[in-house]
Design a protein around this ligand. Structure first.
Ligand SMILES: [Zn+2]
Ligand SMILES: [Zn+2]
Length: 347
């Protein structure tokens, strides 16, 4: 029985070994298949990953082109703001120091080029884009309140580059008029608030020195401090409604286009007239009870010129009894020039 059992056991072992061999074969086969699958999977993953990386690089390229264009557009959009800021700074400097520029365009170039240099550094720090730029010219235009600032810009980023001259419109509206200050600074009594100059005795003393008849008409005169463009166009309407338009214009401190008046950049150089198409404003004398007086013509380019010519007394807005400022206004205007230009011939 014992032997039998043994034999049985051997038989079982034999069977077991046979099964074991089959099992090993199956396992090996599975390992090979799994390995192959794993390799295929790895290969596939590598291929997919490569494709993804390539696509991503391509996308990055596209993003950087559009980003570059966007950044350059943004830079160009900022130019007029930077340049207008430069113009304002120069005018503030002239007002603060009471000293005219020797050459406003070249002073402005220096100021703006420095601002551009700082802006370019900012773009390099933020976007890693190198930009070179400088103001190359300032042109007067047919609109005396606006200049054309031409700026050269060059920039390179990888395969992309930009090389161009950009023109920006820069206006002087809202800036301070330095002319009265520069002409009257040596005389006592000139002051200003946020909107207008009050001359005290300064202008009459200045006109006295110029040999102007009835210079005392300009004691306590006033004129605008801030450049604002007159809205009443055509100008011949100033006399309408018994001179109410002129009163409104004067109260708002408006400036008018004029071939004889200085443009803004020349005003910064202390000129009241220049070869460019410029503008003028009124110097408002004090009221007087005397009539028919002749004094200096009240346009600023006449008052502050070397050749002051006379103006006759023009009384306007003289029937408005409800006017809290009083029943009438006065200007001195030359009969054939400014009186006609502003439609005041009937006064
Ligand atoms: Zn006006
Ligand atoms: Zn000028």
């Amino acid at each position: 029985m014992k032997i039998k059992y043994k034999n049985k056991k051997n038989k079982e072992n034999k069977n077991y070994r046979k099964n074991d061999f089959l099992y090993d074969e199956k396992a090996n086969f599975s390992i090979i298949i799994s390995g192959l699958l794993l390799i295929s999977f790895l290969l596939l993953s590598i291929i997919l990953l490569n494709t993804a990386i390539e696509e991503r690089e391509e996308n990055q390229e596209i993003i950087s082109t559009s980003q570059y264009q966007y950044i350059m557009k943004d830079y160009i959009r900022n130019l007029p703001l930077i340049e207008r800021e430069g113009l304002e700074e120069l005018s503030e400097e002239v007002i603060k120091n009471k000293r005219a520029c020797h050459d406003s365009k070249s002073d402005l170039k220096e100021l703006i080029d420095e601002k551009l240099r700082l802006k370019n550094q900012e773009y390099y720090d933020n976007y890693n884009i190198r930009i070179n730029s400088s103001l190359i010219a300032i042109e007067n235009t047919s609109n005396p309140f606006s200049y054309k600032f031409n700026t050269y810009i060059s920039s390179v980023k990888g395969d992309y580059s930009f090389d161009n001259v950009i023109s920006s419109d820069v206006d002087c509206i809202g800036l301070k008029d330095p002319v009265p200050l520069l002409f009257c600074k040596g005389y006592h009594g000139l002051s200003h608030n946020d909107t207008s100059y009050s001359y005290g005795d300064s202008l009459s003393e200045f006109l006295k020195r110029q040999g102007v008849e009835n210079y005392s008409c300009y004691i306590n005169a006033s004129s605008p401090f801030i450049v604002r463009k007159c809205l009443f166009d055509p100008y011949t309407h100033h006399g309408d409604d018994n001179g109410k338009i002129m009163k409104n214009c004067r109260d708002n401190g408006y400036y008018h286009e004029s071939r004889d008046g200085a443009c803004y950049l020349c005003r910064l150089e202390g000129k009241s007239g220049c070869e460019h198409y410029g503008f003028e404003t009124f110097i408002n004398p004090q009221r007087t009870n005397e009539t028919g007086l002749v004094s200096a013509c009240g346009s600023d380019h006449v008052i502050f010129s070397d050749d002051v010519y006379p103006g006759v007394e023009v009384i306007y807005n003289n029937e408005s009894s409800n006017d809290v400022d009083g029943p009438y206004e006065i200007l001195y205007l030359d009969p054939n020039g400014h009186k006609v230009k502003y439609g005041m011939s009937d006064f």
